[in-house]
Structure formats: structure tokens, C-alpha cells
Design a protein around this ligand. Structure first.
Ligand SMILES: *[C@@H]1O[C@H](CO)[C@@H](O)[C@H](O)[C@H]1NC(C)=O
Ligand SMILES: *[C@@H]1O[C@H](CO)[C@@H](O)[C@H](O)[C@H]1NC(C)=O
Ligand SMILES: *[C@@H]1O[C@H](CO)[C@@H](O)[C@H](O)[C@H]1NC(C)=O
Ligand SMILES: *[C@@H]1O[C@H](CO)[C@@H](O)[C@H](O)[C@H]1NC(C)=O
Ligand SMILES: *[C@@H]1O[C@H](CO)[C@@H](O)[C@H](O)[C@H]1NC(C)=O
Ligand SMILES: *[C@@H]1O[C@H](CO)[C@@H](O)[C@H](O)[C@H]1NC(C)=O
Ligand SMILES: *[C@@H]1O[C@H](CO)[C@@H](O)[C@H](O)[C@H]1NC(C)=O
Ligand SMILES: *[C@@H]1O[C@H](CO)[C@@H](O)[C@H](O)[C@H]1NC(C)=O
Ligand SMILES: *[C@@H]1O[C@H](CO)[C@@H](O)[C@H](O)[C@H]1NC(C)=O
Ligand SMILES: *[C@@H]1O[C@H](CO)[C@@H](O)[C@H](O)[C@H]1NC(C)=O
Length: 735
């Protein structure tokens, strides 16, 4: 838990999901594709001293592709690690793969962006105790950039950046200040007409940056909705922007380029809300590899769990060296009422800022654009150009699809009702026209009202904000465990607010970004695991501001062992939905004990997972080896949770070795308490740990006997000294 530098930066990478394998479509082997050639750590300065790293890259390329090298080389990584990005054919790629020093080659891939009370809801009020060093924290945001003029990023009252800051404000049409201290933009495959500034034209990066570190802004709302004070988790921290996401997506080549700079700029926590849409092995996952690299630089990586839920095994960011965050609700929800002409009222989730004028209402299936040969088969879903403009103009249209309202607007409609049990009824979304979202039963009732009346009318009211007493619950879109690569490593790790979050927005777009939406707003309400990840980052930054010397694993442990346990009645997927539970930043600052781990622990874990020295190097890119001496089972990785899978109807007994480090009072005694359902028997030996000083380590063994049934068995281990509860879930489930 020691760290060379007392000074530190926080680094936040916030991107989102659904990998598009743009390269898999191109089959012709002569096609040029963009590859990332990863060469591991930078050469030691005494080697190759007279050759710059970039010229080494150029020489390697020249050997294979001759004079095309200079145009093919898109970027060299040379500040924090070694590698380059180049356009190559399949053949050329294979030749380079065999060259000395090449660790691995990945096709470049793009991620698409999906789409405040949240801090109070986590029990983290405005007036919490702040570390004197909070304004020394620099949060690096890898995202869509930010809107620099947003009130959340004003710098009044903030002094100059810490002197260790080595970054720069290197972007066009973008002015930095003492809050927003750095800006860079990366677009290795730019074709020329794209926006190259670090200015956010999409909204996502402005939203996430203000959630992590935005200043207090009173009277913030989306056109009156969610009105209140907007603030980030660490309002005094500095922000550095690394724009890696553009309209075409966020590419691995640019993510790595931003990593390369940000680490050299001096970072030591990375928050990476990027990941594939399906789980792959650690050595095939550039994000897991990037996160490993940052862990070696003492940087914690926070990964969003992904938005592919609620299907079992949908979680894709599963490496033990990063923090995987699910998304859950807060106690405020948005409901929108539809009042029919007969005064009968229905309501459903949506965020509607438009006022409720009374208008004629029609069913999309009854108004197909027959002149264009469209039938009700597509107009019922309000598919593009499927509605007859003369029959929907200024009316409310009932559509059986989520994308219906945007299409209805383009046909001239002024409102829409989405009908059907589609999905996402547990989070509210914005649409470019007045919209509400009804379940099938209510939707059918609206259709029979339309059928039964000669002049059916309706109005869609501005949304109301009822209290959600069931919160927090994990939202359906949040990706679920089990971990498909290492079943007995519980993922996600924690959950944080990610549903209908208000935060700052870009002035270069509108509420929805859809054609025809004219609402340009300073604050917007959006949902996603990339909204929950900034809350965990903010919390991690808060913990770090008090404990600058803690390792990434220690900070992660603090967030996990102090998380509030959640209800498996409200969340049937239990720990596969929420991991250790709902983060509590205030408690995480003082966890009592931490489960620490470093590179050698993760190397032993990988060796135990069947990696050998050759395949291990694909991840570590250093001299680490696998041998009989460092071959650890997953159960002995010093992780703050316990998971065990086995054949259904079978019984298993498993031991878990753990070591905790005292970070609470010097002299303290912790006693183990276990909570177990029937079918699960847990023994802890020793069951009492006495510490005499801070930093002291003590080991113990947990023996779990489980009778595996069809459902997960959820128990827990709590170490308590009377002041701190250090909690870990213990789960056993069928494989
Ligand atoms: C700077 O960005 C703003 C907002 O997108 C835009 O309106 C303006 O034209 C840009 N200025 C330059 C010089 O590009
Ligand atoms: C709050 O904001 C609204 C709209 O943005 C504005 O009309 C109103 O004057 C503001 N109120 C205060 C007290 O600042
Ligand atoms: C938000 O609330 C504040 C204080 O309650 C009030 O002064 C302000 O007018 C409200 N703003 C809007 C836009 O509703
Ligand atoms: C609906 O309610 C409004 C306002 O309460 C009332 O004026 C109107 O007569 C009612 N219409 C019907 C059909 O009941
Ligand atoms: C409404 O009428 C249409 C055709 O007149 C019919 O196909 C449909 O089933 C009716 N819908 C309801 C909900 O009564
Ligand atoms: C990482 O970033 C996400 C937002 O992308 C944030 O919610 C999370 O708290 C961050 N985690 C850490 C450990 O910095
Ligand atoms: C290491 O593992 C890989 C993949 O499992 C295998 O192809 C390779 O032969 C192994 N190398 C050694 C030295 O055992
Ligand atoms: C590590 O242990 C596993 C399981 O006992 C075994 O299959 C593997 O060969 C071992 N690896 C090394 C490098 O000893
Ligand atoms: C786990 O703990 C037991 C009991 O202390 C010890 O015998 C065993 O060697 C430990 N295993 C590992 C992998 O550390
Ligand atoms: C620790 O847990 C016990 C039992 O659930 C509870 O009574 C106590 O209040 C908790 N203490 C703290 C500091 O959270």
C-alpha cells in the first residue's frame, strides 16, 4: 500500500458499450484495416538510446510495407507504453505479429455511446467532510469531451493547478481554466470533416464529468424537471479532458493514445466505462489489458458493467483488477400521464418536458402512408416514413415501438404514446415530442377508446416526479453476472445510481439529439451504467483524497466492504445484479480493514487460470512468469467477495485464504460474524483478529460448505470492531 509519489492525479475514462466489430465485415485480405500493435512497456532508456520509439515503429513498418509506412502509421504510443496504430492488410499484419518486441495485435474496434439527487440518495450530502487535498485531485475524463462553458466547470475561487500537472490545453476552440485544466482530442481515423475539438457535441462527456467533479450549481433542472442543486462527488477536484469518442464511436486506438498521454501526465486512478458487449478472456480484451497496465501504474480502473441486462452472464467487464459497476435507481422517478378525452388517465415512465395540449389521437396502425405503399404492418410501429403525414399532423400517434416517437415527429405528429411491454419500463427516457410509455394492458385500453369514439382526443402532461420507495433497485438494462470467464470471481462488484440522472449537457446538441428536437439545455437527464460509473469514480476520488497512498485494490475494497447490502426480494438476480451492494462514499473513506492486492497477486491468479508465461505476457507485457510457486486458485485471490459455483444438487467444500490490512484504529480487535441461508455453512479461522498498528496485516481462512440448488445461496461475512463493519458477500450457485 505504499506509493512512490505523494502527488497524484485521478483519471477517469468514461465511454460506453456495444462494440461494433467494424473490421469483421471486410473479408477481402487486401483490404486495409486499422490495427493496434501493442509492444508492452517502453524500452529502458539505456537501450536503443539513439533511436526514438517512433522511428523504431516506422522502421518496423518499412520492412513490411516499404514506402507506404509513413502514411500507414497513424499513431505511435511512446509516453507511457510502447506500440503503434497502422493501416495494414491481413498479410502485413501477420508479418508484423512475428516481429521482435510485438506483444499482440488487435484490430481497432469502435464502441458506440448509448445513451441530483443521486449523491444525497447515497447518503453523501453537500456538507460532508472534505479532505484539504481534494483540490489536488485531477480527474481525467476519456469520453466525448466536455462543454467548457458549462456552469459546472466554472473556476471562480479555485487556484492554479498543482505544480505536478504535466498536461496541456491542446485543443482548438476550447479555453481551459483552473477547474478544467487540460484538453486533448484524439481521432486517429479522422476523414477530415469531423469535429476535432475536445468540445463535447454529444452531451455524454459533459454529463459524466459533471457527475464526477462538477461544482455546485443551484437551480439546475431539465426545463423544470429534477430541479435542485447539481454537483459532482468531488466538486473541488480538477478535470482534464481526453476526447476519444466521436460521432462514429470511440476506438481502441484512441483510447490507448489517451491512456498513453494521461498516464504520462501523471495519473493514478483510471475510470474506464468502456467495454465489449460480450465477455472475452482477459488476454483477448484490450480493455482488460489496458486496465492491467494502469493497475501497474497504481491507477484504479472503473468499468461500467454494461447495458446488456438483464440476461444472466451479460456482464462484460470482469477483470479482478478493475471495479465493475452496475446501475441502480434513486428514489425519484419520472411518470407521464396521458389524459384521454373521456378524462380516463393512464401513466407510464418517460421524461416529458412538453406541456399537455389536447389533441386528436390516432393509432399508427390505422394511418399508414398508403400513397407510398405502406401497410399497417409497419405503420403500427411508426417506422420511418410509414405514417400518412396528412392523417397525423398535430396529432398524438400510438406506436408499438420505442423508436416510434422520433419517426412520428418527422411525419408531423406532435405527440406519441408507446404501447406494449417492450422493455426498460424501470427507467424513463426522453423523446423529441411529448411521449408516454404504457404497458400493453393500458395501451389496449387506449386503442379501444380510440375505436369507440368518433373524435378521440388526448393530452400528454408534463412529467411528475413521484418518490420511488423501492429504490435502490438494479435497473433491468444493467448487465448481470455470473462472470462467464472466471465463474468464481463475483461480478459486478458494486452498484451506484445510473437511472434518470441530472447533470450538465452540451449546447451543441439537444435533449435527445434527434432530428426535429429544438430543446437546447444546460442540464439533461439520462440513464446508463456510464452514469453509475461516474458516481463510483467520484466516490473513489473522494476516498483517494483522504488516502493518497492507497493502492487501487485498497480503494476498491473500501468501496465494496462498506457498500449497503441490497434486497434479493426486490432484486431477484441478487449479487449477480448488485455485487457487494450500493456504494456509500462516506463509509468508504473509513473502512477499518482493506483486502489489498498488487500485480503479483493478479499474476498468480492468471497462472491459476491456466495462463503460462507466454500467454501471461500478453496481459502483463513484462517479465512476470507462471511457475508452480505462483499458481494460485481463484479462491485465494485476496478479493473482497467470495464466490463458489458447482454442479446442481452437489455438495462442495472450498477454502478461501484472505489477508486484511488494518487502516482503522491502531489497536483494534475484529470479530467475524457470518450470515448464512440454509444450504450454506461458513467457518472463519481465526474468528478474531487483533491488530496493534495501522498497516498491520492478518490472514484468515474461510471454509464454505454449500449444497448447490437451482438458485443462488447468498450469505455474508462481516468483520466488526464495533465501529466498522467490513462486509463481504459469500455466494454459491449452480454452474
Ligand atoms: C466553436 O464551437 C462553437 C460551438 O460548437 C461553434 O459555434 C463555433 O463556430 C466554434 N468556433 C470555431 C472558431 O470553430
Ligand atoms: C431558475 O431557473 C429558471 C429557469 O432556468 C429561471 O427562470 C429562474 O429565474 C431561476 N431561479 C432562480 C432563483 O435563480
Ligand atoms: C427550482 O427550485 C428553486 C428553489 O426551490 C426555485 O427558486 C426555482 O424557481 C425552481 N426552478 C425551476 C426551473 O422550477
Ligand atoms: C373532464 O374534466 C374536465 C376538468 O375537470 C371537465 O371540465 C370535463 O367536463 C370532463 N370531461 C368529461 C368528458 O368528463
Ligand atoms: C380497433 O378497431 C380495429 C379495426 O376497426 C380492430 O382491428 C382492432 O382490433 C380494434 N382494437 C381494439 C383494441 O378494440
Ligand atoms: C469511473 O468512472 C465512472 C464513470 O465513468 C464512475 O462512475 C466511477 O466512479 C469511476 N470509478 C473510479 C474508481 O474512479
Ligand atoms: C501456453 O499456452 C498456450 C495457449 O494455451 C499454448 O498454445 C502454448 O503452447 C503454451 N506454451 C507453453 C510454453 O506451454
Ligand atoms: C497450476 O495449477 C493448475 C491446477 O492445479 C495446473 O493445471 C497448472 O498446470 C498449474 N500451472 C503451473 C504453471 O504450474
Ligand atoms: C491457505 O491457508 C492455509 C492455512 O493457513 C495454508 O495451509 C495454505 O498454504 C494457504 N494457501 C495459500 C495458497 O496461500
Ligand atoms: C454493523 O452491523 C451491525 C449489525 O447489522 C449494526 O447493528 C451496526 O449498526 C453496524 N455498525 C455500523 C458502524 O455500521
Amino acid at each position: 500500500m505504499s506509493m512512490a509519489s505523494p502527488l497524484w492525479l485521478l483519471f477517469l475514462l468514461t465511454v460506453t458499450y456495444s462494440l461494433i466489430f467494424s473490421d469483421t465485415l471486410a473479408a477481402d485480405s487486401n483490404d486495409l484495416k486499422t490495427y493496434i500493435v501493442y509492444m508492452g512497456d517502453l524500452p529502458k532508456s539505456d537501450l536503443k538510446s539513439d533511436l526514438s520509439v517512433a522511428s523504431v515503429h516506422n522502421n518496423m513498418l518499412q520492412k513490411v510495407i516499404g514506402s507506404r509506412a509513413s502514411t500507414s502509421l497513424l499513431r505511435s504510443y511512446k509516453r507511457s507504453f510502447n506500440g503503434f496504430v497502422a493501416k495494414l492488410t491481413e498479410d502485413e499484419k501477420n508479418q508484423i505479429a512475428k516481429m521482435d518486441g510485438v506483444v499482440s495485435i488487435f484490430p481497432n474496434q469502435k464502441n458506440q455511446l448509448h445513451t441530483t439527487r443521486s449523491w444525497d440518495f447515497m447518503g453523501f450530502p453537500q456538507d460532508v467532510k472534505r479532505a484539504p487535498l481534494e483540490n489536488d485531485v485531477i480527474v481525467g475524463m476519456l469520453d466525448t469531451g466536455v462543454w467548457p462553458e458549462a456552469d459546472s466547470f466554472k473556476d471562480d475561487g479555485i487556484g492554479p493547478p498543482p505544480s505536478r500537472w504535466k498536461g496541456s490545453c491542446d485543443s482548438i476552440n476550447f479555453t481551459c481554466n483552473n477547474k478544467l485544466i487540460g484538453a486533448k482530442s484524439y481521432n486517429s481515423e479522422a476523414t477530415g470533416d469531423e469535429e476535432l475539438s475536445a468540445r463535447d457535441t454529444e452531451g455524454h462527456g459533459t454529463h459524466t464529468a459533471s457527475t464526477v467533479a462538477g461544482r455546485l450549481v443551484n437551480n439546475a433542472s431539465l426545463l423544470g424537471l429534477a430541479n435542485g442543486t447539481s454537483r459532482g462527488g468531488v466538486p473541488s477536484a480538477r478535470i482534464a479532458v481526453y476526447k476519444i469518442c466521436f460521432e462514429s464511436g470511440c476506438s481502441y486506438a484512441d483510447i490507448l493514445a489517451a491512456f498513453d498521454d494521461a498516464i504520462a501526465d501523471g495519473v493514478d486512478i483510471i475510470n474506464l466505462s468502456v467495454g465489449g458487449s460480450f465477455p472475452v478472456g482477459y488476454m483477448d480484451d484490450p480493455i482488460a489489458i489496458g486496465a492491467f497496465h494502469s493497475m501497474k501504474h497504481n491507477i484504479l480502473t472503473c468499468n461500467s458493467a454494461g447495458n446488456s441486462g438483464p440476461f444472466p452472464g451479460s456482464i462484460s467487464n470482469i477483470s479482478p483488477w478493475s471495479l465493475s459497476v452496475a446501475a441502480s435507481s434513486i428514489d425519484r422517478k419520472f411518470q407521464t400521464q396521458l389524459v384521454l378525452g373521456d378524462n380516463i388517465t393512464y401513466q407510464g415512465p418517460s421524461i416529458n418536458t412538453f406541456d399537455g395540449a389536447v389533441r386528436p389521437i390516432v393509432y399508427g396502425g390505422s394511418v399508414p402512408n398508403t400513397k407510398k405503399g405502406v401497410t399497417s404492418d409497419s405503420s403500427r410501429y411508426c417506422q420511418p416514413d410509414s405514417l400518412d403525414p396528412t392523417l397525423v399532423k398535430n396529432k398524438i400517434v400510438v406506436c408499438e415501438d420505442f423508436s416510434g416517437p422520433a419517426n412520428a415527429l418527422l411525419s408531423g405528429a406532435s405527440g406519441a404514446v408507446i404501447e406494449g411491454d417492450l422493455q426498460n419500463l424501470d427507467s424513463a427516457f426522453s423523446f423529441p415530442i411529448a411521449t408516454t410509455y404504457l404497458n400493453s394492458k393500458d395501451g389496449k385500453a387506449v386503442l379501444s377508446y380510440i375505436n369507440s369514439t368518433s373524435t378521440p382526443t388526448a393530452s400528454i402532461l408534463k412529467s411528475v416526479e413521484p418518490v420511488d420507495k423501492t429504490a435502490p433497485t438494479v435497473v433491468s438494462f444493467s448487465s448481470r453476472g455470473p462472470n462467464q470467464i472466471t465463474a468464481d470471481l463475483l461480478k459486478p462488484d458494486v452498484t451506484a445510481p445510473g437511472v434518470d440522472i441530472l447533470a450538465a449537457w452540451s449546447q451543441a446538441t439537444t435533449v435527445t439529439g434527434e432530428e426535429g428536437d429544438t430543446r437546447v439545455v444546460p442540464y439533461n437527464i439520462i440513464s446508463g451504467t456510464s452514469m453509475s460509473c461516474p458516481h463510483a469514480t467520484g466516490a473513489a476520488a473522494y476516498v483517494k483524497s483522504f488516502h493518497p497512498d492507497w493502492s487501487p485494490a485498497a480503494i476498491k475494497s473500501a468501496l465494496m466492504t462498506t457498500a449497503a447490502q441490497m434486497s434479493s426480494t426486490e432484486n431477484p438476480d441478487a449479487e449477480f445484479a448488485y455485487g457487494s451492494g450500493h456504494i456509500n462514499p462516506l463509509k468508504a473513506k473509513d473502512p477499518g480493514l482493506v483486502y489489498d492486492a498488487g500485480e503479483s497477486d493478479f499474476v498468480s491468479f492468471l497462472c491459476g487460470q491456466g495462463y503460462n508465461t507466454t500467454t501471461l505476457k500478453l496481459i502483463t507485457s513484462d517479465g512476470s512468469i507462471c511457475s508452480a510457486a505462483n499458481n494460485a486458485s481463484v479462491w485465494d485471490l485476496n478479493y473482497p467477495s467470495f464466490a463458489l459455483s458447482g454442479k446442481q444438487s452437489g455438495s462442495i467444500v472450498r477454502t478461501f485464504n484472505r489477508t486484511v490490512t488494518n487502516v482503522g484504529a491502531a489497536e483494534s480487535t475484529y470479530k467475524a460474524d457470518t450470515i448464512t441461508p440454509s444450504g450454506l455453512v461458513v467457518q472463519v479461522n481465526p474468528s478474531s483478529l487483533a491488530f496493534e498498528k495501522v498497516g498491520e496485516k492478518q490472514s484468515f481462512v474461510v471454509t464454505v460448505s454449500a449444497t448447490i440448488g437451482s438458485k443462488m445461496l447468498s450469505g455474508s461475512l462481516v468483520w466488526s470492531d464495533g465501529v466498522h463493519n467490513v462486509s463481504s458477500p459469500i455466494v454459491a450457485f449452480p454452474s
